[in-house]
Design a protein around this ligand. Structure first.
Ligand code: SF4
Length: 460
């Protein structure tokens, strides 16, 4: 079949904040780069504006691809329906939710892609042209990250990231050998940690002309232990680049590698998002061995990392089977004493494919909720040691304290003071924006249709 163009869609609900969307759809940028040069390709990001009108302009010679997390899968379904009504014959759906629950997506998608799609996506394009599409494609092996889907200059130009987005995304490692009971990472990205060649990372940063980025890596910090020589080479290669700063997810073992932390700071690493997850030691079995609920250890780790001039964002999850409302009271005490730069509190969410979800199903504790409530700000299961109302009330109580303007200002000011006066103007925005983003996530508990209200009663 003749192909007119390929449209890759990213459903989003956050929209723009002060004119820009948070981060560009990185996976789609990589997949768009695999499209042969002679086929027009476009990336449509719902966060930049509504897509319904554009979808109605499409027709049978257009190939539509949608990537979606669980949270956005109902939007993806709606986009597929509009595209079909417009005459599109092929809507391909991939991403985390399709990989974790292909049977759910197969109900309405023409083609379902499970896995990373780096091998199957070029095949799907060819099969569309040959009129030979199959209903299901599966990447049976984890791609070697060397040379896989480098972002092309065509895509860089098309995305215009530096003008339309606040924080470009970037990938350096993928996968996580841990197996936290609630996490989808090993099922979506694999249990072996894979590494991108350092020269490819540097080349991509230079060609995209990005000055800051957030790593999409599941657990970049674990490579401090598993691949220290790689990390050292990477940091040395990033040091001379004209970067303002970058941030990534890690676990607290990074604090036991002072040499690498010193190199990281010189390589412009600004903040580590550390998954402490819980201050309740009884939850340790759920945390895959990376943290044990011991707050004295957490405080030591935070201090050691901050001593290198690197900020720490504490990531916490509430609602494990050993949690009670007291767990959040203890967490709030810890947050106040710990000098964290920012704090993220989320409600445990039973994503498809996780051991936690399997346990809930076996115990008949899963609620029948739409996927749009899988946003870590809503309760989607029956907790063990508290009622749903108690969980919700305590979560609201914590978030109102943690994300009050006063708390955000206090933590932001503490972060700002760690920088020399000459860097303060440049660091001002970043010192407050992380907590502000989490305040917006909390605000999604209080929505009116598609309108975001803040938990404080004004638009967020
Ligand atoms: S350490 Fe992090 S990325 Fe790895 S399984 Fe646990 S939560 Fe997921």
């Amino acid at each position: 079949m003749e192909i007119r163009k390929i449209v890759l869609i990213h459903p989003g609900r956050e929209g723009r904040i002060w004119g820009r969307a948070a981060g560009a759809p990185y996976t789609l940028m990589r997949l768009a780069s695999l499209v042969p040069d002679d086929i027009p390709v476009e990336i449509w990001d719902e966060n930049l504006g509504p897509l319904d009108g554009k979808l109605r302009q499409l027709g049978p010679h257009d190939l539509v691809g949608i990537t979606s997390k669980t949270l956005a899968i109902e939007s993806a379904e709606r986009f597929a329906r509009i595209a079909h009504e417009a005459g599109v014959r092929t809507v391909v759906v991939g991403g985390a939710h399709a990989t974790l629950m292909p049977e759910d997506v197969a109900r309405w998608a023409d083609v379902v892609v499970t896995g990373e799609a780096y091998y199957t996506w070029p095949q799907i394009i060819q099969d569309f042209i040959d009129d030979n599409l199959k209903p299901h494609y599966h990447d049976s092996e984890w791609a070697d990250l060397a040379g896989v889907a480098p972002i092309t200059d065509r895509v860089i130009k098309m995305m215009d990231e530096n003008r339309r987005y606040w924080t470009p995304m970037m990938e350096i490692t993928r996968g996580c050998p841990r197996n936290c009971s609630f996490c989808t990472a090993i099922r979506v990205s694999g249990q072996r940690m894979r590494l991108r060649p350092v020269d490819e990372v540097v080349d991509e940063i230079q060609r995209r002309r990005i000055k800051r980025f957030f790593l999409t890596d599941d657990n970049f910090g674990l490579a401090f232990r598993t691949d220290p020589e790689y990390i050292e080479a990477l940091f040395k290669a990033l040091e001379p680049l004209p970067l303002n700063d970058w941030t990534c997810q890690a676990e607290m073992l990074v604090s036991t590698h002072p040499d690498l932390l010193a190199l990281a700071r010189r390589a412009h690493l600004d903040k580590l998002f550390i998954g402490f997850e819980s201050v309740n030691p009884a939850n340790r079995r759920e945390l895959g061995g990376k943290s044990k609920g011991l707050t004295a250890q957490y405080k030591e780790a935070i201090k050691s990392i901050q001593a290198h001039g690197i900020g720490v964002v504490g990531l916490f999850v509430f609602g494990f089977d050993h949690d009670t409302p007291q767990t959040l009271v203890d967490t709030w005490d810890f947050v106040r004493e710990s000098e964290l730069d920012s704090v993220s509190m989320t409600i445990l969410t039973p994503y498809p494919g996780t051991p936690f979800r399997a346990q809930l199903i076996a115990e008949n504790r899963l609620m029948d909720k739409q996927w749009r409530y899988y946003d870590t700000a809503h309760v989607t299961y029956y907790p063990k040691r508290m009622t749903v109302e108690e969980l919700e009330k305590t979560y609201d109580w914590f978030c109102r304290k943690a994300y009050s303007p006063w708390s955000i200002a206090q933590r932001g000011w503490r972060t700002l003071r760690r920088h020399p006066a000459s860097r303060m103007p440049r660091k001002f925005f970043g010192s407050f924006s992380t907590d502000y983003g989490y305040r917006r996530t909390f605000a999604w508990r209080h929505v009116d249709g598609n309108r975001l209200l803040s938990a404080w009663g004004t638009t967020g």
